[in-house]
Design a protein around this ligand. Structure first.
Ligand code: C2E
Ligand code: CA
Ligand code: CA
Ligand code: CA
Length: 278
């Protein structure tokens, strides 16, 4: 029994060091990726459910790893946050978004606002206001073309719930969205105090919309959001039935594979075009 225990300890030990090594390697790779600008931004439209046209887009980062193809954010955002590299990553994403908006403007493409995911660490460890101001100025774009998404669960972290910063961002014309709503524990008073413009209902609720009570839950979120003056976006809309139910419930906008997957900037659909048949 004793030798067995020792053996399993060695096994555990080697797995433990292996995990640390992989982590260190990925962290080094992540640093190199930032130095070499290996991150690309894909765009997913948010569709106005009444009009059937794209009202804005969400910027979603991907890592173009040499020889390894595209890696999704779920594989590296966590480590980027733990290592603090998320601040530089966030700067590169915003710079890329502003550059793209400037390119579209030059090409005469109709512009819609782009929403950018912002980590709570960017609020606590960098000057978000200065970042958004300088990035938009550098590329000569109107900051009102930018929106910020913060997740509901990050609202509990320090630094994010600053009324003053939110007000200054809003003065620049930047809209604020609360992301993944329903998965965190924000209070009504917080929502009211920070005056979010947009509430995004998490995909998990849209998945259950056809289950008993699923629609009542969404209906009450929509009622609450509207009462607080927010527009409501449903995330993860994958089929027509979900889209139709959401529209019936009074949801303003939808986002999901039913309309479009996130696509590279070049593959973007013209805004004026009807993107789906209601
Ligand atoms: P999120 O902000 O909730 O973004 C929505 C995610 O759902 C995206 O995953 C999107 O591709 C996916 N999605 C969209 N429509 C559908 C659908 O109909 N069905 C399903 N199953 N999924 C759908 P993605 O691109 O893998 O991003 C994952 C998360 O990574 C994002 O969740 C966001 O929290 C984070 N993220 C992405 N880009 C950035 C960034 O630039 N900065 C930071 N801090 N986080 C980012
Ligand atoms: Ca988001
Ligand atoms: Ca979300
Ligand atoms: Ca999410």
């Amino acid at each position: 029994v004793k030798t067995e225990g020792k053996g399993s300890f060695r096994f555990f030990e080697s797995r433990f060091f292996e995990a640390i090594r992989t982590r260190l390697e990925t962290e080094m790779e992540l640093r190199r990726a930032l130095d070499q600008h290996q991150f690309v931004v894909h765009y997913q439209p948010r569709v106005n459910l009444a009009a059937g046209t794209a009202s804005s887009m969400e910027a979603l980062v991907r890592w173009e790893r040499p020889g390894k193809g595209l890696t999704g954010p779920d594989r590296f955002i966590g480590l980027a946050e733990e290592t603090g590299l998320i601040v530089r990553l966030g700067e590169q994403v915003l710079d890329s978004v502003c550059a793209q908006l400037a390119t579209w403007a030059r090409e005469g493409v109709a512009l819609v606002p782009v929403s950018v995911n912002v980590s709570p660490l960017q609020f606590s460890q960098s000057d978000i206001l200065a970042l958004f101001r300088s990035a938009s100025a550098r590329h000569g774009i109107d900051p009102a073309l930018l929106e910020i998404e913060v997740t509901e669960s990050s609202m509990m972290q320090e630094g994010i719930g600053s009324v003053a910063v939110f007000r200054q961002l809003r003065e620049l014309g930047i809209k604020l969205c609360i992301d993944d709503f329903g998965t965190g524990y924000s209070s009504l008073s917080q929502l009211q105090k920070l005056r979010f413009d947009v509430l995004k209902i998490d995909r998990a609720f849209v998945l259950r919309i056809e289950h008993p009570e699923g629609d009542t839950l969404i209906a009450s979120m929509i009622a609450m959001a509207h009462a607080l003056g927010m527009r409501v976006v449903a995330e993860g809309v994958e089929n027509r039935r979900q889209m139709q139910m959401l529209r019936t419930l009074g949801c303003d906008e939808g986002q999901g594979y039913f309309f479009s997957r996130p696509v590279p900037a070049g593959a973007r659909q013209p805004v004026g075009e009807r993107e789906f048949q209601p």
